[in-house]
Ligand binder design. Structure first.
Ligand SMILES: [Zn+2]
Length: 736
């Protein structure tokens, strides 16, 4: 059992000198990278052992704490009579005592708010502050009433609470859990919303969800704008009362689909924030630990790589029982690989299951030791994967998981498996982010504006290669179909119809036929000339020498292609599969293209009408992942700056700091890779690495930050080669 005495013994030797930091002139949000949170329950005021937790803060080397203050439940004697006190608070100022203790220990304090619903007495006192259904009935969550974001609850009441908390305890800032109000699944018809929407748009509120309706679309944008307004208002209040470094921070999800559902415009929020709190606590079986590495890179792409992103990482598997340590650790180290800083999170201040107390200890200690390599660095990658929240909204609409998330996940998983580092790139940031990129990938990015398409075109004109799948660029920024792909001039292919790619079509037993290279003048039903057959297969089919087909699983329509395109794969439609006697191809060969390749100037362009990216996310078939990786290698030419050899599923991330390169390798090979939680880590190795060095890195020294070794590095023509024995959870290599 981890008693208080044991903790004292553990920390005696290495008691942190965190208090020294409080005198630093660097603001807290530039230096506090390790965080902890005991999410206080209403029962805790009678059992919170502050002295024990102070020792635990030291043990886990944290520099900041998130302490429950107010919102749904107040943990201090608020002057606002309707601010609901924790049931067992009994007049105690638990929040204030903890904030004082944390400040004495040199920790930054974020006062935790959860501002979106109230108890019934509040509703009775201010019935016009609450979200209403069309019937006039209030929206409720269990026994609570949901407040409306357009009401004085947000404009007057909450600012008063923030000011009160600042006056009482001077926190460094605020972290608000459910700050953004009703999700887009529910339209609020309260008087405030009715009046404000009318004033803004001249229209009545939309009667129902209808993505094709102009008023509904305006309502979506109006909702986004209101959340940005709330972000700005709360920051204004916090800074006015608490000084220029007092930040108000709403929680954000690592999932763009969730951000969309919550009307949180990630790009606009990141423009307005010096520090980010992510509420993205653990993996799902479908997305894996690697999703945290992806999230870190995606969000840093928005907020900048000089800012700190910290993420609430659950130490519980089910609410109050411990998560196996390896499961929690892997989520943390994948976060490090993507530039996310750690924040342990437990629910309740007393636990029957004490094993979770041990979980952050070693990982946080390692983080403290090597923090200089984990912050303020620039990513290095040859491949950019395009995304946008607007595409999730207006192309994905109610099916974003299938239309947007799956293609993205399938393509990025194929890159991970092929050990090709990539960066998520927002469609509005292509010019800013693409300087070092060799390839841009559009994984079924249906909705693209004319301006976004123009920046993609300019990228290709600058010799950048392009890979697009599915309905990419067929829809405008509202999700309305164009007559053809906006990028048809680059793709060399023309959309069969405006509804192409609007729904996911599945035919489990369809296939793709690998064919000898053909260079066409005209392809398809209107063909005037026979294709020219060269007799050899294209390099993108490397590794498939002994097969003429690979499984597909989707459906393809005929496409019109431009002259000079190459079609190495064609569609084989599904056929009966049962009983086995019927299982033969009725149409073994068609002219329907599944992959279209061409060169535009010096750039290579691949268009995949076949939704191999989405299919790969669904089926995990190695053939499909290998095909995607082959296409990327063909498009990138020699410009992928990393080769990694050795067994296992290894996620590779590259960074640079002045004079040195930092390589993260996360070993995703384990007994629960696709089904959490894991409780055993399985080492893989040996690992051979060859990496292209930036001009200011000579490759004279190397250091393994996890296994604490210094492998020999050979440098030849700007490439460094080295080998190391194995990776258990992760390895970070610094080459200087
Ligand atoms: Zn309302």
């Amino acid at each position: 059992m981890l008693t208080r005495r044991k903790i004292l013994q553990l920390t005696a030797a290495g008691a942190a000198t965190l208090s020294a930091q409080s005198t630093s002139s660097v603001p807290w949000y530039k230096r506090a990278t390790r965080w902890g949170q005991t999410n206080i329950t209403e029962r805790d005021p009678v059992r919170y052992d502050i002295a024990w937790w102070r020792e635990y803060w030291k043990l886990t080397q944290i520099q900041g704490v998130i302490i429950n203050a107010g919102g749904i439940v107040a943990y201090y004697p608020s002057k606002f009579p309707l601010h609901h006190r924790a049931e067992f608070l009994n007049g105690r100022d638990l929040y204030g005592e903890l904030a004082k203790a944390a400040h004495e220990d040199g920790l930054a304090v974020l006062a935790r708010m959860d501002s979106n619903r109230t108890t019934e007495d509040f509703f009775r006192a201010h019935p016009d502050w609450f979200a209403r259904q069309k019937s006039g009935d209030p929206y409720r969550e269990a026994d609570k009433y949901v407040t409306c974001v357009n009401s004085p609850y947000y404009d007057e009441y909450l600012p008063g609470i923030l000011q009160e908390i600042i006056e009482r305890s001077h926190p460094e800032g605020f972290g608000d859990n459910s700050w953004s109000g009703l999700t887009r699944e529910r339209i609020c018809y309260c008087d405030n919303c009715t009046r404000k929407f009318q004033a803004k748009t001249g229209k009545a509120l939309p009667a129902r969800k209808d993505w094709n309706n102009e008023v509904y679309r305006k309502w979506i944008e109006w909702n986004y704008a209101r959340r940005v307004e709330i972000w700005e208002l709360n920051n204004h209040v916090a800074k006015a009362a608490g000084g220029p470094h007092c930040l108000w921070l709403g929680m954000n999800s690592g999932s763009i689909t969730t951000q969309s559902r919550d009307f949180r415009d990630f790009r606009e929020i990141c423009k307005r924030s010096e520090f980010l709190l992510l509420d993205h606590q653990s993996r799902t079986d479908a997305t894996g630990f690697q999703q945290n590495g992806d999230t870190g890179k995606l969000v840093h792409g928005l907020v900048g790589w000089d800012k700190v992103i910290t993420e609430s990482m659950a130490l519980y598997q089910v609410r109050v029982a411990s998560k196996p340590e390896p499961e929690a650790r892997m989520w943390m180290v994948e976060g490090f690989a993507g530039g996310i800083q750690p924040w342990w999170h437990m629910v309740g201040a007393y636990h029957d299951d004490r094993r979770m107390y041990r979980t952050p200890e070693r990982t946080f200690r390692w983080h403290k030791l090597h923090e200089q390599y984990l912050v303020n660095r620039r990513p290095v990658a040859a491949v950019g994967v395009i995304w946008s929240q607007r595409n999730t909204d207006f192309y994905g609409r109610d099916d974003a998981a299938e239309m947007v998330d799956l293609p993205y996940r399938g393509f990025t998983q194929a890159l991970l498996r092929a050990r090709i580092p990539y960066l998520p790139v927002h469609a509005d940031d292509i010019e800013k982010e693409s300087a070092g990129l060799a390839v841009l990938i559009l994984p079924n990015v249906g909705a693209l504006s004319d301006a976004q398409c123009q920046s993609i075109r300019q990228f290709v004109q600058r010799r950048g290669s392009l890979i697009a799948t599915g309905a990419s660029s067929l829809y405008d920024e509202w999700g309305d179909a164009r007559k053809d792909f906006a990028l048809a001039d680059l793709l060399g292919a023309h959309a069969p119809s405006g509804e192409f790619g609007r729904k996911e079509a599945q035919q489990v037993h369809s296939y793709l036929r690998l064919i000898p290279e053909m260079r066409t003048k005209v392809w398809g039903p209107h063909a005037g000339e026979e294709p020219v057959v060269s007799g050899t297969r294209h390099p993108v089919l490397q590794g498939f020498d002994e097969t003429d087909i690979i499984p597909f699983g989707g459906v393809l329509e005929d496409l019109r292609l431009d002259a000079g395109t190459t079609v190495p794969l064609t569609f084989v439609p599904a056929f009966p599969t049962y009983p086995p006697e019927t299982a033969w191809m009725r149409h073994p060969k068609t002219d329907i293209p599944a992959l279209v390749l061409r060169t535009v100037g010096n750039a290579r362009v691949a268009y995949l009408p076949a939704d191999i990216d989405r299919r790969y996310a669904r089926t995990n078939l190695p053939d499909q992942g290998n095909l995607l990786a082959n296409i990327v290698r063909w498009a990138a030419g020699t410009r992928v700056g990393l080769e990694v050899h050795g067994p296992g599923l290894i996620d590779c991330h590259l960074y640079r700091q002045p004079g040195r390169m930092i390589l993260h390798f996360v070993n995703l090979t384990n007994e629960g890779t696709w089904r959490g939680p894991i409780d055993e880590l399985i080492p893989v190795g040996p690992i051979q690495v060859k990496v292209k060095l930036p001009d200011d890195v000579r490759g004279r020294s190397s250091q393994l930050l996890v296994s604490d070794a210094k492998p020999m590095v050979a440098v030849q023509q700007g490439w460094a080669s080295f080998e190391f024995k194995s990776i258990v959870d992760h390895e970070v290599v610094v080459i200087a």
